[in-house]
Write a protein that binds this ligand. Structure first.
Ligand SMILES: [Zn+2]
Length: 257
């Protein structure tokens, strides 16, 4: 194809014009992309901040005490001193595991603004009568004894709770909520909430019988079972946090202050 000079110049002019208008579009496109990226970042940041605020608010309502409340929880680390409790499959003493978990729960409860009274905070011998008296004199809203279970058969496993033979829903609720919370962290078996004693459904364990507030015993796994020992050691902190959360929820729902 041949052009005259005039035609050639006109053709060039058209091409240049098209090029410059293309350049403008690319520039605009860049600006648009930049704008969209910035808006995306702003949007993502807003969503992140909102999510954090929502989670914080949810946590607060889940675990914080209602303002002006003054709840007391009596924690009872089973056995102690000359009473070693059961002996574990690995030779450990039940009294030591009970104290470890009790101190961890106490720390978590205090973090959540609950006053904690302990029947023992070291390896001392305390009678059942003294444990009950400490709880009653403290005016506690709740009494929780922590133990570990034992069976001659090393295959027996799981966590269970004991409440008074004539206990109300109030007692059943705290016991079952703790068992469910521990189950969601990881236990070998949820053995359920039981009333009375293992020998007689009408009688009650001394500390449950003698305390005047809602009371329960949690048997946190079998010390005679290898898997329960491993679960206890691995999850101790998480168990303590879950127990504290359940107690706070229960206090907010049931305790009268
Ligand atoms: Zn025990």
């Amino acid at each position: 194809m041949t052009y005259t000079l005039g035609e050639y110049m006109a053709q060039r002019k058209r091409k240049t014009k098209r090029k410059s208008s293309q350049k403008l579009t690319v520039k605009q496109l860049h600006a648009l992309v930049k704008f969209l990226v910035v808006m995306d970042i702003v949007l993502l940041l807003s969503i992140a901040v909102l999510t954090i605020l929502l989670v914080q608010e949810k946590e607060k309502s889940k675990t914080a005490m209602a303002p002006g409340t003054d709840y007391i929880v009596c924690l009872d680390a089973g056995h102690g001193g000359s009473d070693i409790g059961a002996t574990g499959a690995d030779g450990r003493y039940e009294k030591d595991d009970n104290l470890k978990l009790t101190l961890a729960v106490a720390k978590e409860l205090e973090k959540r603004g609950v006053h904690v009274v302990l029947t023992r905070d070291d390896d001392s011998t305390v009678s059942s009568d003294d444990r009950s008296a400490i709880a009653n004199e403290s005016g506690a809203d709740l009494f929780l004894a922590l133990h570990r279970n034992f069976a001659a058969s090393s295959s027996a496993c799981g966590v269970e709770a004991w409440i008074h033979s004539s206990a109300s829903d109030k007692s059943y609720d705290i016991a079952s909520s703790i068992l469910e919370a521990l189950e969601s962290i990881g236990i070998s078996k949820n053995r359920g909430v039981k009333t009375g004693t293992q020998w007689d459904v009408e009688s009650n364990y001394t500390v449950i019988r003698q305390t005047t507030m809602t009371s329960l015993i949690i048997e946190v796994g079998f010390i005679s079972n290898e898997e329960d020992l491993e679960l206890f050691d691995r999850n101790l902190e998480q168990y303590a946090q879950a127990i504290a959360d359940c107690i706070v929820n229960w206090l907010n729902q049931y305790a009268e202050r």
